[in-house]
Design a protein around this ligand. Structure first.
Ligand code: ADP
Length: 264
């Protein structure tokens, strides 16, 4: 993770999974995934329930290993380095590759502290008021909360809480934001706000989103990865390509059947 490794060989990819398999105990949940995530794009991961979408996403920042039986095989290359190498600090990986979850999970602290706390423990020494404002602005939440920064974050609406979680994630200056069904607990208006926000965020960050909502994947993403399960219930990557192509002219028959709603 040293700074000297930054973009030594810049191939335009933020993250590359190479022969990535993920196990829970003896069960192989994901099989030999090869997937390169382009920088400053939104990549959607779609597929039927249980095909390993969340597992793959969590393996991109070593969050999956927080499950006691989970283990990864293969490589996830980030900044020219395999994040699973023994000398890589998973905490640092998770700062640079942040995560937003399905259920908004702000800390039971003030709106201000929701942003400041993570930044502080990551060693932020600059002007905290400025950081809080910038993060909230970047997450399209500032105007709604600027007069109540000391109020508790969990009292916000679901959509606002999710944008607060996004603000908290970007406050520690990640390069990649992983989003696991970030809008599936939200109403359509709040969902639209998150989708609009994602379009703005991709100018600065790389976004990978897991969604069970194909319309959402088609609306927001630049590239789409379609996963399925094999006969052993292991998830694998069926097809990956520009979103437009996946949804209008898929190369694989299984992709076509899935996106036309004929199974899954
Ligand atoms: P998806 O996100 O596509 O619905 P998941 O990644 O949640 O799929 O799950 C893939 C497979 O891994 C499923 O068979 C699921 O039961 C299993 N799985 C997911 N998380 C765990 C876990 N923490 N422990 C054991 N098995 C898990």
């Amino acid at each position: 993770m040293s700074e000297s490794n930054i973009r030594v060989e810049d191939n335009g990819y933020a993250i590359e999974a190479r022969d990535l398999s993920i196990y829970y105990g003896d069960f192989r949940a994901v099989e030999r995934v090869n997937l390169a995530i382009r920088r400053n794009e939104i990549t959607a991961i779609i597929g039927p329930s249980g095909c390993g979408k969340s597992t793959v996403l969590r393996s991109f920042n070593r969050m999956n290993e927080l499950y006691p039986t989970a283990c990864a095989e293969g490589e996830v290359i980030f900044r020219g380095e395999n994040i699973y190498d023994p000398d890589v600090d998973p905490v640092e990986v998770r700062r640079r590759i942040g995560m937003v979850f399905q259920k908004p999970n702000p800390f039971p602290k003030s709106i201000y502290e929701n942003i400041a706390w993570g930044a502080r423990i990551n060693g932020f020494q600059g002007n905290m008021d400025e950081l809080v404002e910038r993060s909230l602005r970047d997450a399209a939440l500032w105007d709604e909360v600027k007069d109540k920064l000391q109020e508790i974050g969990t009292a916000l609406s679901g959509g606002q809480q999710q944008r607060l979680c996004i603000a908290r994630t970007i406050a520690v200056q990640p390069e990649v934001i992983l989003m696991d069904e970030p809008a599936s607990a939200l109403d359509p208006v709040a969902t639209l706000k998150i989708e609009e926000l994602m379009q703005r965020l991709k100018k600065k960050y790389t976004i990978v989103i897991v969604t069970h909502n194909m319309q959402q994947a088609a609306r927001v993403s630049d590239h789409t990865a379609f996963f399925m399960m094999n006969e052993d219930r292991a998830g694998y990557l069926v097809e990956y390509g520009p979103t437009n192509q996946i949804f209008t002219n898929p190369q694989n028959e299984m992709t076509e059947r899935y996106i036309t709603g004929r199974f899954g």
